[in-house]
Design a protein. Structure first.
Length: 150
């Protein structure tokens, strides 16, 4: 069985070592031991990290992703959860498409002022309505979670 130290995993996966330690702390991945002070991982961790990256790209939280693995580490992804996330993405795409179209209109609008343009005013109202409803606003995203203080 091939083992990779944390530096090799970070290099091959593109995930910083600090994020790997955080993922281990959250139970998303598990080291199999140490070589000196460096954590060792089974080579299969690269596939698991790819699944984690896919989940994050789709908008799942790390806690949601953690729930998509069995106790022994195999993926067990609920299809209903995937459908629900796809529907959320459809809504986000629709909102962003409307925003894009509104911005394109505003860029070429012949009105003397954007505030005099009915399309621009509708765009502002739509943005304010989304901002007022947290359930419709996509969460702020970071590429990796910071490591909690020890």
């Amino acid at each position: 069985m091939r083992y990779l130290d944390i530096a090799a995993v970070a290099q091959q996966s593109g995930v910083p070592a600090s994020a790997l330690r955080y993922y281990e702390e959250k139970g998303l991945i598990a080291s199999v031991g140490r070589r000196g002070l460096r954590r060792l991982f089974d080579a299969g961790v690269l596939e698991r990290l790819a699944l984690i990256a896919l989940g994050q790209a789709a908008g799942f939280s790390l806690d949601e992703i953690a729930g998509m693995f069995t106790v022994d580490g195999r993926p067990k992804i609920d299809r209903k959860t995937l459908r629900t996330k796809a529907e959320e993405l459809d809504q986000t795409i629709q909102q962003l498409s409307s925003m894009r179209d509104g911005l394109r209109h505003a860029a070429v609008c012949p009105a003397p002022s954007h505030m005099e343009c009915p399309s621009f005013r509708r765009l502002m109202q739509a943005a304010a309505a989304v901002r007022g409803d947290d359930s419709k606003r996509p969460p702020a995203r970071r590429r990796h979670k910071p490591i909690s203080p020890r």
